[in-house]
Design a binder for this molecule. Sequence first.
Ligand code: SUG
Length: 451
Amino acid sequence: MPEVNFDGLVGLTHSYAGLSYGNVASARNQGAASSPRAAALQGLAKMEAVAALGLVQGVLPPHERPHVPTLRALGFGGASDADVIAKVAREDPVLLARVSSASAMWTANAATVMPGADSLDGRTHFVTANLREMFHRAIEPPVTARVLRAVFADRARFEVHEALPARAIGDDGDFGDEGAANHTRLTATAANGGAARGVHFFVYGAARDSARKPTKFPARQTRAASERVAEIAGLDRARCVFAQQNADAIDAGVFHNDVIAVGNGNMLFCHELAFEDRAGTHAALRRAVGESLVIAEISRDEVTLDEVVKSYLFNSQLLTLADGSMALVCPIECAENARVKAAIDRVIGDRANPLARAIYMDVRESMRNGGGPACLRLRVPMTAADLAAMNRAVIVDAAKLAELRAWVTRHYRETLRAEDLADPALLRESRDALDELTRVLALGAVYDFQR
Ligand code: SUG
Protein backbone atom coordinates (compact mmCIF):
# COMPACT_ATOMS: atom_id res chain seq x y z
CA MET A 1 0.00 0.00 0.00
CA PRO A 2 1.17 3.59 -0.65
CA GLU A 3 2.39 6.03 1.98
CA VAL A 4 -0.09 7.65 4.35
CA ASN A 5 -0.17 11.43 4.80
CA PHE A 6 -0.85 12.77 8.28
CA ASP A 7 -1.94 16.39 8.18
CA GLY A 8 -1.69 18.72 11.14
CA LEU A 9 -5.02 20.21 12.11
CA VAL A 10 -4.66 23.99 12.46
CA GLY A 11 -4.97 25.13 16.08
CA LEU A 12 -7.40 27.60 17.67
CA THR A 13 -4.71 30.25 18.18
CA HIS A 14 -3.48 30.37 14.56
CA SER A 15 -2.05 33.88 14.20
CA TYR A 16 0.45 36.04 12.32
CA ALA A 17 3.16 37.11 14.72
CA GLY A 18 6.20 37.22 12.40
CA LEU A 19 8.01 34.72 14.56
CA SER A 20 10.16 32.91 12.01
CA TYR A 21 13.25 34.83 10.95
CA GLY A 22 14.14 33.81 7.39
CA ASN A 23 10.55 32.81 6.56
CA VAL A 24 9.54 35.63 4.24
CA ALA A 25 5.77 35.08 4.39
CA SER A 26 5.78 35.00 8.20
CA ALA A 27 7.62 38.35 8.29
CA ARG A 28 5.42 39.93 5.63
CA ASN A 29 2.16 39.13 7.42
CA GLN A 30 3.26 40.04 10.93
CA GLY A 31 0.41 41.72 12.80
CA ALA A 32 -2.33 40.80 10.29
CA ALA A 33 -5.59 39.42 11.64
CA SER A 34 -5.93 35.67 11.13
CA SER A 35 -8.89 33.38 10.72
CA PRO A 36 -8.36 30.20 12.74
CA ARG A 37 -11.69 28.75 11.62
CA ALA A 38 -11.02 29.30 7.90
CA ALA A 39 -7.49 27.97 8.36
CA ALA A 40 -8.68 24.72 9.93
CA LEU A 41 -11.43 24.27 7.33
CA GLN A 42 -8.93 24.85 4.50
CA GLY A 43 -6.75 22.13 5.99
CA LEU A 44 -9.67 19.72 6.25
CA ALA A 45 -10.59 20.43 2.61
CA LYS A 46 -7.06 19.46 1.59
CA MET A 47 -7.28 16.23 3.58
CA GLU A 48 -10.58 15.49 1.87
CA ALA A 49 -9.10 16.16 -1.58
CA VAL A 50 -6.17 13.80 -0.97
CA ALA A 51 -8.47 11.10 0.43
CA ALA A 52 -10.65 11.53 -2.69
CA LEU A 53 -7.63 10.49 -4.78
CA GLY A 54 -8.00 7.07 -3.17
CA LEU A 55 -5.20 7.57 -0.64
CA VAL A 56 -5.26 6.87 3.08
CA GLN A 57 -5.25 10.20 4.93
CA GLY A 58 -4.62 10.80 8.61
CA VAL A 59 -4.85 13.77 10.94
CA LEU A 60 -2.72 14.91 13.88
CA PRO A 61 -4.07 17.24 16.58
CA PRO A 62 -3.03 20.83 17.37
CA HIS A 63 -0.95 21.46 20.49
CA GLU A 64 -2.15 23.14 23.66
CA ARG A 65 -1.71 26.91 23.15
CA PRO A 66 -1.04 29.26 24.79
CA HIS A 67 1.37 26.90 26.53
CA VAL A 68 1.24 27.94 30.17
CA PRO A 69 3.79 25.35 31.41
CA THR A 70 6.47 27.10 29.30
CA LEU A 71 5.56 30.43 30.92
CA ARG A 72 5.63 28.94 34.43
CA ALA A 73 9.01 27.36 33.67
CA LEU A 74 10.22 30.88 32.83
CA GLY A 75 9.13 32.10 36.25
CA PHE A 76 5.85 33.75 35.36
CA GLY A 77 3.82 32.93 38.44
CA GLY A 78 0.18 33.34 39.30
CA ALA A 79 -2.57 31.64 41.25
CA SER A 80 -4.40 30.73 38.06
CA ASP A 81 -3.29 30.16 34.49
CA ALA A 82 -5.32 33.24 33.53
CA ASP A 83 -3.14 35.30 35.92
CA VAL A 84 -0.02 33.98 34.22
CA ILE A 85 -1.37 34.93 30.77
CA ALA A 86 -2.32 38.43 31.99
CA LYS A 87 1.16 38.97 33.43
CA VAL A 88 2.95 37.89 30.24
CA ALA A 89 0.58 39.93 28.09
CA ARG A 90 1.65 43.01 30.07
CA GLU A 91 5.35 42.28 30.36
CA ASP A 92 6.27 40.38 27.18
CA PRO A 93 3.62 40.21 24.43
CA VAL A 94 6.12 38.69 21.98
CA LEU A 95 6.63 35.78 24.36
CA LEU A 96 2.87 35.38 24.60
CA ALA A 97 2.71 35.17 20.79
CA ARG A 98 5.48 32.60 20.82
CA VAL A 99 3.77 30.29 23.29
CA SER A 100 0.51 30.77 21.38
CA SER A 101 1.71 29.89 17.88
CA ALA A 102 -0.25 27.13 16.14
CA SER A 103 2.97 26.06 14.39
CA ALA A 104 2.47 22.37 15.22
CA MET A 105 0.10 22.36 12.20
CA TRP A 106 3.20 22.01 9.97
CA THR A 107 3.69 18.32 10.62
CA ALA A 108 6.43 18.05 7.97
CA ASN A 109 8.49 19.40 10.86
CA ALA A 110 7.16 16.94 13.44
CA ALA A 111 9.63 14.12 12.83
CA THR A 112 11.74 12.21 10.32
CA VAL A 113 10.13 8.92 9.37
CA MET A 114 12.12 5.87 8.31
CA PRO A 115 10.06 2.75 7.59
CA GLY A 116 10.77 -0.83 8.56
CA ALA A 117 11.85 -1.78 5.02
CA ASP A 118 14.92 0.43 5.51
CA SER A 119 15.68 0.29 9.23
CA LEU A 120 18.05 -2.08 10.98
CA ASP A 121 15.43 -3.67 13.22
CA GLY A 122 12.59 -3.78 10.70
CA ARG A 123 10.46 -1.31 12.65
CA THR A 124 9.36 2.15 11.52
CA HIS A 125 11.34 4.84 13.33
CA PHE A 126 10.09 8.35 14.02
CA VAL A 127 12.75 10.78 15.22
CA THR A 128 10.93 13.75 16.72
CA ALA A 129 12.41 17.01 15.39
CA ASN A 130 13.95 19.34 17.99
CA LEU A 131 13.14 22.52 16.00
CA ARG A 132 15.69 24.28 18.14
CA GLU A 133 16.22 27.29 15.86
CA MET A 134 12.93 29.05 16.72
CA PHE A 135 11.69 29.38 20.29
CA HIS A 136 8.02 29.00 19.36
CA ARG A 137 8.80 25.73 17.59
CA ALA A 138 11.33 24.39 20.09
CA ILE A 139 8.48 23.89 22.59
CA GLU A 140 6.71 21.43 20.26
CA PRO A 141 8.79 18.20 20.56
CA PRO A 142 7.58 16.74 23.89
CA VAL A 143 3.92 16.83 22.88
CA THR A 144 4.73 15.78 19.31
CA ALA A 145 6.40 12.64 20.68
CA ARG A 146 3.39 11.92 22.94
CA VAL A 147 0.99 12.33 20.03
CA LEU A 148 3.04 10.09 17.75
CA ARG A 149 3.18 7.44 20.48
CA ALA A 150 -0.59 7.66 20.89
CA VAL A 151 -0.99 7.04 17.15
CA PHE A 152 1.82 4.54 16.58
CA ALA A 153 1.68 2.76 19.90
CA ASP A 154 2.59 -0.77 18.81
CA ARG A 155 6.25 -1.09 19.82
CA ALA A 156 6.62 -4.28 17.79
CA ARG A 157 6.22 -2.17 14.64
CA PHE A 158 6.93 1.46 15.58
CA GLU A 159 9.47 3.38 17.66
CA VAL A 160 9.01 7.06 18.44
CA HIS A 161 12.27 8.68 19.54
CA GLU A 162 12.59 11.86 21.55
CA ALA A 163 14.12 14.86 19.82
CA LEU A 164 17.91 15.09 19.42
CA PRO A 165 19.63 17.07 22.17
CA ALA A 166 20.88 20.38 20.80
CA ARG A 167 23.66 22.77 21.73
CA ALA A 168 23.62 26.55 21.66
CA ILE A 169 22.11 28.37 18.72
CA GLY A 170 24.66 29.64 16.22
CA ASP A 171 27.04 26.72 16.64
CA ASP A 172 27.41 24.97 13.27
CA GLY A 173 28.23 21.71 14.97
CA ASP A 174 24.83 21.81 16.62
CA PHE A 175 22.15 19.21 16.04
CA GLY A 176 19.44 21.48 14.64
CA ASP A 177 16.77 19.17 13.25
CA GLU A 178 13.60 20.20 11.41
CA GLY A 179 12.33 16.74 10.54
CA ALA A 180 10.81 15.50 7.30
CA ALA A 181 10.94 18.94 5.66
CA ASN A 182 14.61 18.20 4.98
CA HIS A 183 14.28 14.48 4.28
CA THR A 184 12.99 12.71 1.18
CA ARG A 185 12.57 8.99 0.68
CA LEU A 186 13.00 7.86 -2.93
CA THR A 187 12.35 4.42 -4.39
CA ALA A 188 13.20 2.72 -7.69
CA THR A 189 9.59 2.87 -8.92
CA ALA A 190 6.53 5.03 -8.30
CA ALA A 191 5.59 2.70 -5.42
CA ASN A 192 6.25 4.74 -2.29
CA GLY A 193 4.78 2.44 0.38
CA GLY A 194 6.33 0.69 3.32
CA ALA A 195 7.22 -2.50 1.46
CA ALA A 196 9.59 -1.08 -1.15
CA ARG A 197 13.19 -0.39 -0.12
CA GLY A 198 14.01 3.28 -0.10
CA VAL A 199 16.89 5.69 -0.50
CA HIS A 200 17.03 8.44 2.12
CA PHE A 201 17.93 11.88 0.88
CA PHE A 202 18.89 14.26 3.68
CA VAL A 203 19.32 17.94 2.80
CA TYR A 204 20.97 20.16 5.40
CA GLY A 205 21.46 23.92 5.54
CA ALA A 206 25.04 23.83 6.81
CA ALA A 207 27.74 21.55 8.14
CA ARG A 208 30.63 22.53 10.38
CA ASP A 209 33.02 22.42 7.41
CA SER A 210 30.74 23.87 4.70
CA ALA A 211 32.73 26.07 2.31
CA ARG A 212 29.73 28.32 1.83
CA LYS A 213 26.95 29.07 4.29
CA PRO A 214 23.94 31.38 4.25
CA THR A 215 24.93 34.84 5.47
CA LYS A 216 21.52 36.41 6.09
CA PHE A 217 19.11 33.76 7.33
CA PRO A 218 19.69 30.73 9.58
CA ALA A 219 20.50 27.26 8.29
CA ARG A 220 18.02 25.44 10.48
CA GLN A 221 19.06 21.87 9.65
CA THR A 222 22.63 20.78 10.31
CA ARG A 223 24.42 17.88 8.66
CA ALA A 224 25.39 16.54 12.07
CA ALA A 225 21.68 16.24 12.98
CA SER A 226 20.77 14.51 9.70
CA GLU A 227 23.54 11.95 10.28
CA ARG A 228 22.38 11.19 13.82
CA VAL A 229 18.79 10.75 12.57
CA ALA A 230 19.94 8.20 9.96
CA GLU A 231 21.97 6.43 12.65
CA ILE A 232 19.06 6.19 15.09
CA ALA A 233 17.08 4.15 12.57
CA GLY A 234 20.16 2.18 11.56
CA LEU A 235 19.80 3.08 7.90
CA ASP A 236 22.21 1.49 5.42
CA ARG A 237 24.64 4.35 4.66
CA ALA A 238 25.00 3.08 1.08
CA ARG A 239 21.33 3.99 0.69
CA CYS A 240 21.63 7.49 2.20
CA VAL A 241 22.55 10.68 0.35
CA PHE A 242 23.48 13.82 2.30
CA ALA A 243 23.52 17.10 0.39
CA GLN A 244 23.87 20.75 1.33
CA GLN A 245 21.07 23.13 0.45
CA ASN A 246 22.04 26.07 -1.76
CA ALA A 247 23.13 28.88 0.58
CA ASP A 248 21.73 31.60 -1.70
CA ALA A 249 18.35 29.88 -1.67
CA ILE A 250 18.26 29.97 2.14
CA ASP A 251 19.10 33.67 2.02
CA ALA A 252 16.24 34.18 -0.46
CA GLY A 253 13.76 32.65 2.01
CA VAL A 254 14.01 28.90 1.31
CA PHE A 255 14.24 27.99 4.99
CA HIS A 256 13.56 24.27 4.45
CA ASN A 257 14.44 22.00 1.53
CA ASP A 258 10.73 21.28 0.99
CA VAL A 259 10.33 24.86 -0.24
CA ILE A 260 12.56 24.10 -3.26
CA ALA A 261 12.38 20.35 -3.89
CA VAL A 262 9.89 17.52 -3.51
CA GLY A 263 10.51 13.86 -4.20
CA ASN A 264 8.34 10.79 -4.28
CA GLY A 265 8.87 7.25 -5.54
CA ASN A 266 11.31 7.52 -8.46
CA MET A 267 10.71 11.22 -9.13
CA LEU A 268 12.51 14.29 -7.81
CA PHE A 269 10.94 17.64 -8.73
CA CYS A 270 13.30 20.47 -7.88
CA HIS A 271 14.70 23.86 -8.80
CA GLU A 272 18.11 24.36 -10.36
CA LEU A 273 19.19 26.30 -7.24
CA ALA A 274 18.06 23.68 -4.72
CA PHE A 275 21.48 22.26 -3.88
CA GLU A 276 24.91 23.71 -3.27
CA ASP A 277 26.49 21.03 -5.51
CA ARG A 278 23.82 20.48 -8.16
CA ALA A 279 25.63 17.99 -10.41
CA GLY A 280 27.20 16.04 -7.54
CA THR A 281 23.86 15.72 -5.74
CA HIS A 282 22.03 14.54 -8.87
CA ALA A 283 24.79 11.99 -9.57
CA ALA A 284 24.76 10.68 -5.99
CA LEU A 285 21.00 10.22 -6.16
CA ARG A 286 21.24 8.39 -9.49
CA ARG A 287 23.86 6.06 -8.06
CA ALA A 288 21.76 5.31 -4.98
CA VAL A 289 18.31 5.04 -6.56
CA GLY A 290 19.35 3.67 -9.96
CA GLU A 291 18.70 4.65 -13.54
CA SER A 292 14.92 4.69 -13.06
CA LEU A 293 15.21 7.96 -11.10
CA VAL A 294 13.62 10.88 -12.96
CA ILE A 295 14.80 14.37 -12.01
CA ALA A 296 12.38 17.03 -13.28
CA GLU A 297 14.19 20.31 -12.83
CA ILE A 298 12.97 23.88 -13.18
CA SER A 299 15.58 26.42 -14.27
CA ARG A 300 15.94 29.92 -12.82
CA ASP A 301 14.91 31.30 -16.21
CA GLU A 302 11.66 29.38 -16.10
CA VAL A 303 10.83 30.26 -12.46
CA THR A 304 13.00 32.63 -10.41
CA LEU A 305 14.00 31.99 -6.81
CA ASP A 306 11.71 34.85 -5.81
CA GLU A 307 8.78 33.18 -7.60
CA VAL A 308 9.63 29.86 -5.92
CA VAL A 309 9.34 31.52 -2.50
CA LYS A 310 6.17 33.48 -3.35
CA SER A 311 4.27 30.66 -5.06
CA TYR A 312 5.60 27.76 -2.96
CA LEU A 313 5.67 25.70 -6.18
CA PHE A 314 7.83 22.99 -4.61
CA ASN A 315 5.92 22.88 -1.34
CA SER A 316 3.49 20.67 -3.18
CA GLN A 317 2.59 17.11 -2.36
CA LEU A 318 3.81 14.66 -5.00
CA LEU A 319 1.57 11.63 -4.62
CA THR A 320 1.51 8.20 -6.24
CA LEU A 321 -1.98 7.20 -7.37
CA ALA A 322 -3.39 3.69 -7.76
CA ASP A 323 -2.53 3.53 -11.48
CA GLY A 324 1.13 4.34 -10.79
CA SER A 325 0.91 7.89 -12.13
CA MET A 326 1.57 10.87 -9.86
CA ALA A 327 -0.43 13.94 -8.87
CA LEU A 328 0.91 17.24 -7.54
CA VAL A 329 -1.17 18.96 -4.86
CA CYS A 330 -0.10 22.60 -5.18
CA PRO A 331 -0.96 25.84 -3.42
CA ILE A 332 -3.58 27.89 -5.34
CA GLU A 333 -0.94 30.65 -5.55
CA CYS A 334 0.82 28.52 -8.23
CA ALA A 335 -2.19 28.84 -10.53
CA GLU A 336 -2.15 32.61 -10.05
CA ASN A 337 1.35 33.09 -11.46
CA ALA A 338 1.31 32.39 -15.23
CA ARG A 339 4.99 31.39 -15.34
CA VAL A 340 4.68 28.98 -12.43
CA LYS A 341 1.50 27.48 -13.90
CA ALA A 342 3.25 27.09 -17.27
CA ALA A 343 6.16 25.29 -15.60
CA ILE A 344 3.80 22.83 -13.92
CA ASP A 345 1.99 22.25 -17.23
CA ARG A 346 5.30 21.67 -18.98
CA VAL A 347 6.34 19.00 -16.47
CA ILE A 348 2.92 17.32 -16.72
CA GLY A 349 3.24 17.33 -20.53
CA ASP A 350 6.72 15.78 -20.42
CA ARG A 351 6.22 12.02 -20.86
CA ALA A 352 9.64 11.29 -19.33
CA ASN A 353 8.24 11.65 -15.80
CA PRO A 354 5.21 10.07 -14.04
CA LEU A 355 3.46 13.37 -13.16
CA ALA A 356 -0.01 13.30 -14.72
CA ARG A 357 -2.03 16.04 -13.04
CA ALA A 358 -2.00 19.01 -10.68
CA ILE A 359 -4.61 19.87 -8.07
CA TYR A 360 -4.66 23.43 -6.73
CA MET A 361 -5.71 23.90 -3.11
CA ASP A 362 -6.52 27.02 -1.13
CA VAL A 363 -4.51 26.83 2.09
CA ARG A 364 -3.94 30.60 2.15
CA GLU A 365 -4.20 30.97 5.92
CA SER A 366 -1.26 28.60 6.37
CA MET A 367 0.59 30.00 3.33
CA ARG A 368 0.65 33.46 4.94
CA ASN A 369 2.82 31.95 7.64
CA GLY A 370 5.05 30.17 5.13
CA GLY A 371 3.33 26.79 5.22
CA GLY A 372 2.10 25.21 1.98
CA PRO A 373 0.42 21.85 1.28
CA ALA A 374 3.63 19.87 1.87
CA CYS A 375 4.42 21.60 5.18
CA LEU A 376 1.04 20.57 6.47
CA ARG A 377 1.67 16.85 6.18
CA LEU A 378 3.90 14.13 7.59
CA ARG A 379 4.40 11.21 5.22
CA VAL A 380 4.55 7.71 6.65
CA PRO A 381 5.36 4.84 4.27
CA MET A 382 3.31 1.94 5.60
CA THR A 383 2.44 -1.66 4.95
CA ALA A 384 -1.09 -3.02 5.34
CA ALA A 385 0.03 -4.62 8.61
CA ASP A 386 1.33 -1.24 9.88
CA LEU A 387 -2.01 0.36 9.05
CA ALA A 388 -3.86 -2.40 10.89
CA ALA A 389 -1.63 -1.93 13.96
CA MET A 390 -1.94 1.87 14.33
CA ASN A 391 -4.62 3.98 16.00
CA ARG A 392 -7.22 4.08 13.24
CA ALA A 393 -9.25 6.85 14.91
CA VAL A 394 -6.90 9.40 13.29
CA ILE A 395 -7.60 8.10 9.76
CA VAL A 396 -10.21 10.27 8.07
CA ASP A 397 -13.26 9.12 6.13
CA ALA A 398 -16.39 11.08 5.24
CA ALA A 399 -17.87 10.66 8.72
CA LYS A 400 -14.67 11.71 10.52
CA LEU A 401 -14.27 14.74 8.26
CA ALA A 402 -17.86 15.80 8.99
CA GLU A 403 -17.24 15.35 12.72
CA LEU A 404 -14.04 17.42 12.56
CA ARG A 405 -15.71 20.19 10.51
CA ALA A 406 -18.51 20.40 13.06
CA TRP A 407 -15.95 20.48 15.88
CA VAL A 408 -14.03 23.34 14.20
CA THR A 409 -17.20 25.31 13.52
CA ARG A 410 -18.31 24.87 17.13
CA HIS A 411 -15.05 25.87 18.78
CA TYR A 412 -12.92 28.08 16.51
CA ARG A 413 -13.02 31.85 16.33
CA GLU A 414 -13.63 33.46 13.01
CA THR A 415 -10.94 36.12 13.49
CA LEU A 416 -8.04 36.55 15.86
CA ARG A 417 -5.87 39.60 16.43
CA ALA A 418 -2.66 39.89 18.45
CA GLU A 419 -4.47 41.37 21.45
CA ASP A 420 -6.90 38.44 21.55
CA LEU A 421 -4.08 36.14 22.67
CA ALA A 422 -4.35 37.81 26.11
CA ASP A 423 -8.02 36.89 26.41
CA PRO A 424 -8.35 34.27 29.20
CA ALA A 425 -11.44 32.93 27.42
CA LEU A 426 -9.23 31.83 24.52
CA LEU A 427 -7.25 29.54 26.84
CA ARG A 428 -10.48 27.96 28.12
CA GLU A 429 -11.95 27.59 24.63
CA SER A 430 -8.76 25.98 23.41
CA ARG A 431 -8.57 23.48 26.26
CA ASP A 432 -12.26 22.53 26.01
CA ALA A 433 -11.92 21.95 22.29
CA LEU A 434 -8.71 19.92 22.56
CA ASP A 435 -10.08 17.83 25.41
CA GLU A 436 -12.98 16.89 23.16
CA LEU A 437 -10.65 16.23 20.22
CA THR A 438 -8.55 13.71 22.15
CA ARG A 439 -11.71 11.63 22.51
CA VAL A 440 -12.63 11.97 18.80
CA LEU A 441 -9.11 10.82 17.87
CA ALA A 442 -8.77 8.30 20.74
CA LEU A 443 -5.45 9.80 21.84
CA GLY A 444 -5.73 9.65 25.61
CA ALA A 445 -4.24 12.41 27.77
CA VAL A 446 -1.54 13.90 25.50
CA TYR A 447 -1.80 17.50 26.72
CA ASP A 448 -0.24 18.93 29.89
CA PHE A 449 -3.59 20.35 31.02
CA GLN A 450 -5.02 16.82 30.97
CA ARG A 451 -2.27 15.38 33.16
O1 SUG B 1 8.75 27.03 10.92
N1 SUG B 1 6.09 29.21 10.22
C1 SUG B 1 6.69 27.90 10.07
C2 SUG B 1 6.41 27.33 8.71
C3 SUG B 1 6.87 25.91 8.58
C4 SUG B 1 6.81 25.40 7.18
N2 SUG B 1 7.21 24.05 7.14
C5 SUG B 1 7.89 23.46 6.14
N3 SUG B 1 8.50 24.16 5.22
N4 SUG B 1 7.97 22.19 6.13
C6 SUG B 1 8.19 27.96 10.33
O2 SUG B 1 8.81 28.94 9.90
C7 SUG B 1 5.40 31.20 11.44
C8 SUG B 1 4.69 31.53 12.74
C9 SUG B 1 4.50 33.02 12.95
O3 SUG B 1 5.28 33.79 12.41
O4 SUG B 1 3.58 33.40 13.66
C10 SUG B 1 5.98 29.80 11.42
O5 SUG B 1 6.35 29.27 12.45
